[in-house]
Design a protein around this ligand. Structure first.
Ligand code: NAD
Length: 373
């Protein structure tokens, strides 16, 4: 079983889909790993380290030739895989809703595309879930980047020259990234509050020592759809939320927004009018900027200044922590494929529950129900 790993081609993508650790583990299953020279550069992994772990290292063409499996952080252009085996498995991030053209190209090329983003949110798939592993790091990085751009300290400091008050941090959207953002801001000594549409997050916020800020007056709101994801909220709810946020946000120094709804543009949570009420020098980090943004005026990879407030957002936040993000992404891929490894056939054979969820294309067709819907 030949497993190919290419250097990521997307701009700003410093992660890599295999590490020496996963090379060794795949080799132990009987895989022959082939890694493109320089693939680990952005994540601090040398070609030598891959070789020592047992991988072949070479140019892209040699790596891809006759590959049965291709691993990617972001799926490569299928044209780059023309010499791989017919029907090869490609396990990677596909951004299936955002890049439909690539999914269609995979179908046309006859590959079996497995989208890591579509991993079902079930207990046994937790160790395979790239959205969680990458969001966790992104939530941490958002706070660190915001703290770096903030002209004041986070913790309260009592000094001989007087007292510095603690920064007020407000986290909007308490999924995996939001929980890590709360924990990181707490560790830095900030006063932290947080909000979400899913009422189940209230307890999680409190358990991290932060203050929940919730819309109470709109009855019958649960906010949770399938798989633990948020649903789009009613107009009435959105109005109540906007009012609550308006009064709270004016008192905040740092706002971290993380709200996403799968398959749709990110919900708008902070308007320009609300930004105008914040103190000059405050910082907003918009983790949803690549999905349309939670914050009015935010732009990917730019520091936008509005009313004296800095608005930051990275198009690929996890890539800013490429070494850790790669280590976790690579383990997610290994945990996924090894869980289904059929020793007799020497290849992964996916079961229905997970296979049908992640499979985008097979036999020349787009087969994903989520994409058909
Ligand atoms: P996400 O990235 O889809 O969204 C981020 C957060 O934004 C969510 O908490 C969501 O409720 C919130 N949000 C959406 N619209 C909002 C709005 N208008 N205002 C405020 N907040 C809004 O979420 P996620 O990080 O993928 O996590 C979703 C849930 O799934 C969490 O409970 C998480 O623990 C769970 N999860 C389970 C598994 C598993 O069991 N394998 C894996 C990952 C996540």
């Amino acid at each position: 079983m030949r497993i190919a790993v290419l250097k990521e081609r997307a701009a700003g993508e410093h992660r890599v889909a295999a590490t020496p650790e996963t090379v060794k583990k795949f080799s132990a299953l009987g895989g022959v790993l082939a890694v493109e020279a320089g693939a680990g550069e952005g994540a601090g992994v040398s070609d030598e380290a891959y070789r020592e772990a047992g991988a072949e290292v070479g140019p892209a063409e040699a790596v891809v030739r006759d590959a049965d499996i291709v691993l990617g952080v972001q799926a490569p252009d299928p044209a780059a895989l023309a010499t791989a085996r017919k029907g090869a498995l490609v396990a990677a991030g596909f951004d299936p809703f955002g890049n439909r053209a690539r999914v269609d190209a995979y179908a046309a090329a006859g590959f079996e595309a497995l989208a890591m983003e579509f991993m079902p949110r079930i207990t046994r798939a937790q160790s395979m879930d790239v959205l969680s592993s990458q969001s966790n790091l992104a939530g941490y990085k958002a706070v660190i980047a915001a703290a770096n751009a903030y002209g004041r300290a986070f913790p309260m400091m009592m000094t001989a020259a007087g007292t510095i008050t603690a920064a007020r941090v407000f986290v909007m959207g308490v999924g995996v990234a939001g929980l890590q953002a709360i924990a990181t801001a707490k560790r830095l000594g900030a006063q932290v509050s947080a909000t979400d549409v899913r009422s189940a997050t209230k307890e999680q916020i409190q358990s991290l020592g932060a203050k929940p800020v919730f819309v109470e007056e709109v009855a019958g709101i649960e906010g949770e759809g399938s798989g633990g994801y948020a649903t789009e909220m009613s107009e009435e709810y959105q109005k109540a939320q906007a009012e609550l946020v308006s009064s709270h946000i004016a008192k905040q120094d740092i706002v971290i927004t993380t709200a996403l709804i799968p398959g749709r543009a990110a919900p708008r949570l902070v308007t320009d009018g609300q930004i105008a009420t914040m103190k000059p020098g405050s910082v907003i980090f918009d983790l949803a900027v690549a999905h349309g943004g939670n914050v009015e005026g935010s732009a990917p990879d730019e520091v936008v200044e509005r009313h004296g407030v800095k608005i930051i957002g990275y198009s690929n936040t996890a890539a800013h922590l490429a070494a850790d993000a790669s280590a976790l992404f690579a383990r997610n891929l290994y945990n996924f494929l090894s869980a289904f490894w059929d020793a007799e056939q020497g290849r992964p054979v996916l079961d229905e529950e997970i296979g049908d969820a992640v499979r985008l294309t097979r036999g020349g067709q787009v087969v994903s129900e989520r994409l058909k819907g």
